[in-house]
Design a protein around this ligand. Structure first.
Ligand code: EPU
Length: 336
């Protein structure tokens, strides 16, 4: 197998951080992966590279997961069941589903990354999370090389969370994801304000999957930086959940603070609002910065190092904690 040495990972991570892999291999089959795992137990995986911040060079063998393929497992009157290999680009997969009139993930258009990492942080946007369509996740256990299957329940999905970020972190390599999508009677989710506004502005009253996908693409393009132009990893922080009494105190001082109800005792507030209120929206320190249209997104204007971006994130966390007594949690996987 073709293991290369001293390879720059700049083009393999959407932050565009120029860290190096001591040894690097791109694989396009599960068999190749199993063979590699027989002799290398210490491996570092990279797939779409859209949810990581590299703060150092990687000493372990870097395996780039490039397994492609979408297969239709079963069709019913209303549903289609698909298996998609990990290395498929997420957005291309969404567009393909929309073109086939398969419904369920159109709201997740334009999310960077690959299919195989979508379950790890349970990607979500505009009222939909990928967990709503996942039937199973398949992977290889690193320690044994055995194939393992997880049902939707096994994955213990939560808001930007799953077992693959917790108990199973670093223990399995996800090789494919199974989806159940609708062929008719699509459950369209247009409840998210910006989608409704976008559809109304286009005078669309009975939207198709394509209309919704287009609306999401257009909203994302106005707010979120394209990683091909400015390095970024989407939302850098999770939206924090705080106690209602804490929220009421904040609301007294900041009557316009946005919020989303969670339970009788807790409420979610947008991290982007908090970061904007500490004055960091659009700020730039060398090539590390905070996006000027969405303060939840940290950006690399070109040659920022992972450490510089991480330092900026720590500064933001500290200032948000001081001003609002809210602890921000980093969503992106920090490699240190
Ligand atoms: N807001 C500000 N200032 C900002 C950004 C946001 O005040 O700079 C306020 C907005 O005015 C709005 C609220 O925060 O009232 C929410 O903003 P937005 O609709 O942009 O969504 P978000 O909560 O900031 C989340 C996801 C995004 C997803 C959008 C849409 C998280 C961590 N982020 O962002 O996901 O696209 O909702 O569903 O939950 C990602 O995970 O990478 C990502 C981009």
């Amino acid at each position: 197998m073709d293991i290369k040495e001293n390879i720059s990972l700049k083009k393999y991570n959407t932050f565009g951080i120029s860290a190096f892999a001591k040894r690097f291999i791109s694989i396009d089959s599960v068999y190749q992966l199993q063979q590699l795992l027989k002799i290398n137990k210490e491996v570092f995986l990279i797939s779409g590279g859209s949810n990581m911040l590299l703060t150092k060079n990687i000493e372990k063998l870097v395996i780039h997961i490039n397994t492609k393929g979408i297969s239709i497992d079963k069709e019913e009157e209303e549903f289609v069941y698909l298996t998609v290999n990990s290395g498929e680009n997420w957005h291309d997969f969404v567009l393909w589903c929309v073109s086939q009139n398969y419904g369920g993930i159109e709201n997740l258009s334009l999310i960077p990354g690959n299919v195989g990492t979508s379950p790890i942080q349970n990607i979500g946007a505009y009222g939909v999370e990928v967990k709503d369509t996942i039937t199973r996740v398949e992977g290889i256990e690193i320690a044994t090389g055995k194939l393992v299957t997880f049902s939707n329940e096994d994955c213990k999905f939560g808001y930007r969370n799953s077992i693959f970020k917790n108990t199973h972190k670093g223990k399995v390599i996800l090789t494919s994801v199974g989806f159940k999508l609708t062929k008719k009677n699509h459950k369209l989710n247009t409840s998210y304000g910006a989608i409704e506004t976008e559809l109304i502005s286009k005078k669309i009253t009975t939207p198709s999957l394509k209309n919704i996908s287009d609306a999401v693409i257009s909203i994302r393009n106005t707010k979120l930086p394209d990683p091909k132009e400015i390095g970024n990893s989407g939302s850098f922080f999770k939206n924090p959940v705080i106690a209602i009494h804490h929220f009421l105190q904040l609301k007294k001082e900041y009557p316009s603070i946005p919020s989303y109800p969670i339970s009788d005792t807790e409420i979610k507030i947008p991290a982007g609002w908090l970061v904007e209120k500490i004055g960091f929206k659009g700020k730039r320190f060398g090539d590390a910065g905070v996006h000027n249209k969405q303060a939840l997104v940290l950006v690399n204007y070109g040659n920022a190092s992972g450490v510089e971006i991480y330092e900026l994130a720590k500064k933001i966390k500290e200032e948000v904690l001081n001003k609002f007594k809210v602890a921000l949690e980093i969503e992106v996987n920090i490699i240190e």
